[in-house]
Design a protein around this ligand. Structure first.
Ligand code: HEC
Ligand code: HEC
Ligand code: HEC
Ligand code: HEC
Ligand code: HEC
Length: 351
């Protein structure tokens, strides 16, 4: 080997090292900007969304205390107890309109130290990591317990015009994931329900599956185990079990399809129940429950209300098949049973 060749060989690693350090600085700098851009692309940054503009035309134009925690940055910081004159765990002041879910909502000492979330059922889920802030907002606003209290002590099949459906309100991913440990759904007496969904341990938290800034599901990570998953459209086709929960003979469809069929059965069963129960109108669902004329639904009975609540709960969680499909199917199955529907062809998941 000549001297000049040796020099090249020695130089090469040195250059490489220099290059790597240089590149690392570039990456670190770009990543801060990249994160900003990723967040900008997300629903959390969408200034035009109804979730952030709903109060703009109200008088006064401010977000009231019962909405501010989840619909603004100052409201969430008030809830964390880090705005002036605020107490942790409650919202003390209405929030100004005009914010979204900004960096400062999730990146502050209180959000970093937080390790438990109080659910609408009154149950606290503790021992949480950085997904805790997701769960504080994505937890819905009602629980099976609220439904139970609403119907307690009343004859099951008698219309009560005073009954109102507790509104779950949004994608209740947090309670779904924790199942019976959070009691988001209406759980029937004498039945047992699945607890926290046990996926593979590396993909058990909100932020393992959802990028915390784009909020998108990190599809490329799923395909390592779920072959054939190439885009978000493929996610609801995932399944690993071969149990025909909906009894349609198709165990090739994804868990999303299993749940959809059982949801259809439940809406049908609610209408069969309506047809044979005095004073109960036919029921339609378009995000809310309506009668055939398109008016808000009012002819609730104490038996219909829990079934409708569970239906709406499952329909509002757009990730129901992945957040905890066993819990969701159990709620739908038991609602069908309670309405007197024939469940002979269906399979209730074991916990
Ligand atoms: C526990 C947190 C929480 C509370 C409290 C809350 N919301 Fe929401 N809300 C959400 C979340 C999360 C979404 C977005 C759901 C999604 O798109 O996945 C949402 C969506 C919305 C939307 C947009 C979707 C739609 O239905 O048009 C409106 C409007 C809204 N909420 C109004 C309100 C009002 C009014 C209040 C107070 C009375 C309130 N929210 C209280 C969490 C909350
Ligand atoms: C909804 C909550 C939320 C919002 C809003 C948010 N982040 Fe994050 N961010 C997170 C979470 C959670 C992680 C940790 C992800 C992990 O550990 O996998 C993170 C990680 C980071 C990191 C890596 C360092 C660290 O703390 O782990 C940076 C840098 C960052 N975010 C910057 C930003 C910036 C800048 C914004 C605003 C443009 C922003 N984030 C908005 C939740 C959020
Ligand atoms: C302070 C309350 C708050 C926190 C904290 C929060 N979110 Fe959100 N999130 C919202 C609201 C409000 C919306 C609706 C925004 C919109 O409609 O544009 C939303 C929207 C979303 C969406 C899109 C839903 C849809 O309908 O398209 C996803 C997914 C999501 N958030 C996941 C997360 C994850 C993951 C975390 C934790 C890293 C998190 N969120 C933390 C309030 C919050
Ligand atoms: C095992 C992976 C996984 C985990 C864990 C997970 N999600 Fe999801 N989530 C999904 C998938 C898949 C969807 C469906 C997305 C789609 O259809 O594009 C979804 C849907 C959602 C949606 C509705 C988005 C929309 O477009 O309507 C929200 C909001 C959401 N998840 C929030 C959360 C929160 C908050 C947590 C933690 C409590 C969580 N998710 C945990 C995979 C996961
Ligand atoms: C390391 C392998 C692995 C990765 C990565 C993975 N999963 Fe899974 N997934 C599994 C296993 C194993 C199960 C079965 C768990 C059980 O016992 O219910 C499963 C179950 C599921 C189910 C329920 C299927 C059924 O039949 O009940 C869904 C939906 C799902 N995963 C979605 C996802 C999504 C979305 C991602 C990416 C964010 C992901 N998985 C990443 C291994 C993985």
């Amino acid at each position: 080997m000549s001297d000049s060749q040796r020099k090249v060989i020695i130089l090469f690693p040195a250059l490489l090292l220099f290059g790597l350090v240089f590149a690392a600085c570039g990456v670190a700098q770009a990543s801060e900007e990249a994160i900003e851009a990723r967040w900008q692309s997300s629903a959390h940054a969408n200034k035009e969304a109804r979730a952030f503009t709903f109060w703009n035309d109200k008088d006064p134009a401010e977000i009231p205390v019962n909405c501010a925690k989840c619909h603004s940055t100052p409201g969430y910081r008030d809830f964390l107890g880090i705005e002036p004159n605020t107490t942790a765990g409650q919202v003390d002041h209405p929030a100004a309109v005009g914010t979204t879910i900004e960096c400062e909502a999730c990146h502050n000492d209180a959000a970093a130290a937080k390790d438990r979330a109080l659910m609408p059922s009154g149950i606290t889920i503790s021992g949480l990591g950085r997904e805790v802030n997701c769960i504080a907002c994505h937890q819905g606003r009602a629980s099976g317990k609220a439904v139970r209290e609403t119907v307690a002590g009343q004859p099951a099949d008698v219309v009560n015009a005073a009954l109102q459906l507790p509104n779950i309100h949004n994608n209740p991913a947090g309670p779904t994931q924790y199942g019976a440990e959070a009691q988001g759904g209406f759980e029937f007496d004498g039945r047992s329900y699945a607890g926290q969904y046990e996926h593979v341990v590396e993909f058990e938290t909100c932020i393992a599956c959802h990028d915390p800034h784009t909020l998108q599901v990190q599809v490329e990570k799923c395909s390592a185990c779920h072959l054939g998953v190439e885009s978000a459209a493929d996610l609801s086709n995932i399944r690993v079990n071969n149990i025909d929960y909906d009894g349609d003979g198709d165990v090739g469809e994804g868990m999303g399809g299993e749940i959809e069929t059982i949801q259809e059965y439940l809406l049908l069963a609610m209408n069969v129940y309506a047809a044979k129960t005095e004073g109960v109108e036919q029921i339609v669902f378009d995000g809310r429950f309506k009668n055939k004329a398109g008016d808000n639904y009012t002819t609730w009975t104490p038996r219909l209300l829990p079934a409708a609540y569970n239906y709406q709960y499952s329909a509002k969680d757009h990730g129901n098949y992945v957040h905890n499909n066993k819990y969701i199917i159990q709620l739908l199955y038991d609602s069908l049973s309670d309405l007197g529907a024939n469940t002979a062809g269906l399979i209730r998941p074991e916990n």
